[in-house]
Design a protein around this ligand. Structure first.
Ligand code: FMN
Length: 325
C-alpha cells in the first residue's frame, strides 16, 4: 500500500510526501517597490513549506515579459521569487512555478503571436530554473489560452497548432527541446490540464501526447468547464478529482489530482488506494498552512468551509475559516 509519506522521485527530485500545494494566486497581496511579488508572498509560501507539503506549485505567473524582463519578471520580482524557492528548499520542499499565458482567443492569434508567446514560454522556464525552482507547470487548464489550444472543439486553427492532438499540444512540445537544452537535467516540466477536451477521450489523448513528448508530471484539474458527471459509488471526492484518477490509469508518468480535497480521509483514500500519485490541497492549505503536517501526524486540520466565492479571490483577511482559529 502506498503511504502518504512515501517519497516519489521525479527527475532526481525527491518529493518527500504525496501532499501538494496547487497554484493559487494571492490576489490581495502586493509586492514591494512596485513589484508584483514581495515579502507577503515569501511569508505565505514559507509557511506552507514549513507546514509539510511535499511539493509547492507557486501561483500562476504570466510568461509575458520573460524575454525582456518586464511584467512579473522585473528585478524585484525575481529577487522575491528566488527567496521563495530558497525558503522552500530550506524545508526540503520541491518547488515549481506555474506559467500562465493569459486568456487570448487562440483562433485570432497570428503565427507570429504564437511564436512570440512560445519565446516567452521558453524563457520563463529558463528563468525559473535560474532562480532555482525545481520545475515549471504550464497552465493548460481552466479555459485559458493554452487550454483553448488543447480543446478539440474550441481550437479551429488550420495551421500546425490546430487539428489533431499532436498539433493542439505543439504550442509547448515544439519548444520543449529548447527548454531541455537550456535547463539542467533535473528540471521538471509539468502540465496542468483537464480531462474533458471536450470529450474524455480528447483529454486522455492529450495526456498521452504530452507523456510521449517527455513531460514529467500531469496535474489534472478541468478544461474549458468543470465536469458535472457523477462519480462512482464509494468515491469520496469530486468529479474533477475523479478526472485525475482516470488519467492516472492511462499514463505512466505521475499524476496529481485536485479539487475539494479537504480531509485526511480523502487524502488517504486517494493515495493509499493508488488512485493517483499526489493529492493537491488548495483552499485547505490556504486556511491551514500546516495541513500536510497535521494529516501526516494525525492531528486535526483547520478545515476550509468551502464558501461559495472563496475570499482569497478578493480579501483573504475575510476568510471565515482563518478567522475561526
Ligand atoms: C484564490 C485562488 C486562486 C487560484 N489561482 C490559481 C492559479 O493561479 N492557477 C491555477 O491553475 N489554479 C488556481 N486556482 C485553483 C486551485 O489551484 C485549485 O485547483 C482549486 O482551488 C480547487 O482545489 P481546492 O478545492 O483544494 O481549493 C485558484 C484557486 C483559488 C481559491
Amino acid at each position: 500500500m502506498t503511504e502518504i509519506t512515501d517519497e516519489l522521485v521525479i527527475r532526481g527530485n525527491h518529493i518527500k510526501n504525496r501532499i501538494v500545494m496547487p497554484p493559487m494566486v494571492t490576489f490581495s497581496f502586493h509586492g514591494d517597490n512596485g513589484s508584483y511579488y514581495g515579502k507577503q508572498h515569501i511569508e505565505h509560501y514559507t509557511k506552507r513549506a514549513k507546514g509539510g507539503a511535499g511539493l509547492i506549485i507557486v501561483q500562476a505567473t504570466s510568461v509575458f515579459g520573460a524575454v525582456d524582463s518586464t511584467g512579473m519578471w522585473s528585478a524585484g520580482d525575481i529577487s522575491a521569487l528566488k527567496q521563495i524557492a530558497s525558503n522552500c528548499h530550506e524545508y526540503s520542499v520541491i518547488v515549481m512555478m506555474q506559467l500562465h499565458c493569459g486568456n487570448f482567443d487562440i483562433n485570432e492569434l497570428s503565427a507570429e503571436d504564437v511564436h512570440s508567446m512560445q519565446r516567452n514560454m521558453k524563457q520563463a522556464a529558463i528563468r525559473a530554473c535560474e532562480m532555482d525552482f525545481d520545475g515549471v507547470e504550464y497552465h493548460f487548464a481552466h479555459g485559458y489560452t493554452l487550454c483553448k489550444f488543447l480543446d478539440a472543439s474550441y481550437n479551429h486553427r488550420t495551421d500546425q497548432y490546430g487539428g489533431d492532438a499532436l498539433n493542439r499540444a505543439r504550442v509547448l512540445t515544439q519548444v520543449l527541446p529548447e527548454i531541455r537544452n537550456n535547463t539542467h537535467k533535473n528540471f521538471i516540466v509539468s502540465i496542468r490540464m483537464g480531462e474533458y477536451l471536450p470529450e474524455s477521450k480528447d483529454g486522455i489523448e492529450a495526456a498521452k501526447t504530452f507523456e510521449k513528448a517527455g513531460i514529467d508530471l500531469l496535474h489534472i484539474s478541468f478544461g474549458m468547464q468543470p465536469p458535472t458527471n457523477p462519480v462512482p459509488d464509494g468515491f469520496i471526492c469530486s468529479p474533477i478529482t475523479y478526472s485525475g484518477c482516470k488519467i492516472k490509469k492511462e499514463v505512466k508518468i505521475p499524476v496529481i489530482a485536485v479539487n475539494e480535497i479537504r480531509t485526511e480521509e480523502q487524502v488517504r483514500f486517494l493515495i493509499e488506494n493508488d488512485y493517483v500519485d499526489f493529492a493537491a490541497v488548495g483552499r485547505g492549505m490556504l486556511v491551514d498552512p500546516d495541513f500536510a503536517n497535521h494529516v501526516i501526524n494525525g492531528a486535526p486540520v483547520n478545515t476550509c468551509l468551502g464558501c461559495e466565492r472563496c475570499f482569497w479571490f478578493t480579501d483573504s483577511t475575510l476568510c471565515p475559516a482563518e478567522n475561526k482559529k
